[in-house]
Design a protein around this ligand. Sequence first.
Ligand code: FES
Length: 116
Amino acid sequence: MTNGQSDRWYRAAATSDIEDDDVLGVIVGDYGQHEIAVYKIGGAYFATGDRCTHQRARLSDGLVIDDCIECPLHQGRFHIATGRAKSRPVSIPLQTYPTRIEEDAVFVLIAEPDAA
Ligand code: FES
């Protein structure tokens, strides 16, 4: 029995594509269906959805401030590691994704719906 989803690792970027304390927006998935923001914070890699939960601005156009991403549109902030909404006007958390490094690339784990 399954929950109708399968986890799948996608290559998101080369590790060298992301500066320390910065973010890179990528699109992954066989049909380009996942907009992901990949971060490098203190040497560790994190991933969240790339669209703000307030009005869908692209977070990878925002600023990394300490351990948060600040949305470029209304300056709401999310905690990068947990996706938690930290300041108004955002209140809905971001989806976060596990990451792993393999052969100088960052991979993100995404749950895909099973084919019918
Ligand atoms: Fe991100 Fe409004 S769209 S805070």
